[in-house]
Design a protein around this ligand. Structure first.
Ligand code: PGA
Length: 248
């Protein structure tokens, strides 16, 4: 592993996806062992899949109790049914909730079909607040530099909100669905919540992320590039495989 320091922020560069995933899982394990009532916000998407697999396996093998942990899903496609395999709900159901046998109420996710999506936002904000805030947040990065569905130009002080998705997000997002699916809106935790999480891990892998990672770490910090928030966060790290770090 190669370790760079950017101000105080750790940038870890791993030989491959497996080593990267192992490190992210280690951070998650450390969190749930260190604080039994941790609130952990997780991104869905392709990037963290392997990390979650290792995490689940480690929890099972080492019989770690998650009884007091609350998991929170970072975002969701509005209008997409929970049973759709492209939904973030289903992503977490298949990868974390079912394999760990977690009670449903220990993984807070959005109801993408709710008639009042603003109420969904408030409910999520209230839940997180009532649990004392987010201890650990694991996020990926979009090709346009988004975090969750906080698209370029999103306010850095926002709480949970409904978003009109960028064209890039709509196009790239098709990869999660088995057939062409209209996804024009999303619901997401806000960058205010990213900023106030006690620990933030941004992870990225693969050559196609190299350009946006280079911008995130080397271009000016700006709301136009939401992921640059990692450089303002007091306790953040960027964990990459060698390919995603290829332009640094
Ligand atoms: P990905 O998505 O992990 O599938 O690349 C990342 C994102 O859009 O935030």
């Amino acid at each position: 592993m190669q370790l760079l320091k950017l101000n105080k922020m750790e940038v870890g560069i791993y030989p491959g996806v497996e080593e990267l995933a192992q490190r992210v899982s280690d951070e998650m394990i450390q969190q749930v062992i260190g604080k039994k009532s941790s609130v952990i916000c997780l991104a869905s998407g392709d990037t963290p899949k392997r990390a979650y697999e290792i995490f689940v396996q480690t929890i099972i093998n080492q019989s770690v109790s998650l009884a007091e942990v609350l998991f929170v899903g970072l975002d969701e496609w509005l209008g997409i049914d929970q049973t759709n395999t492209g939904s973030c709900y289903s992503f977490f159901e298949e990868r974390i909730v079912k394999p760990l046998g977690l009670p449903e109420d220990q993984f807070a996710r959005f109801d993408a079909l709710a008639t009042d999506s603003r109420e969904q936002c408030f409910a999520m904000d209230r839940l997180i607040e009532s649990r004392g805030g987010i201890d650990l947040m694991i996020v990926g990065i979009g090709m346009n530099g988004h975090i969750g569905f906080n698209e370029p130009g999103s306010s850095w002080t926002s709480a949970t909100h409904v978003v009109s998705l960028d064209e890039t997000t709509q196009t790239v997002g098709q990869k999660y669905f088995q057939q062409k699916t209209e996804v024009s809106k999303g619901i997401t935790l806000g960058l205010g919540q990213v900023m106030t999480s006690r620990k933030l891990i941004l992870m990225a892998s693969g050559e196609r992320k190299a350009g946006i990672i280079q911008k995130t770490l080397q271009w000016p910090i700006s709301e136009d590039l939401p992921a640059t928030i990692v450089r303002r966060h007091p306790q953040s790290m960027v964990l990459l495989d060698r390919q995603a770090a290829g332009m640094l």
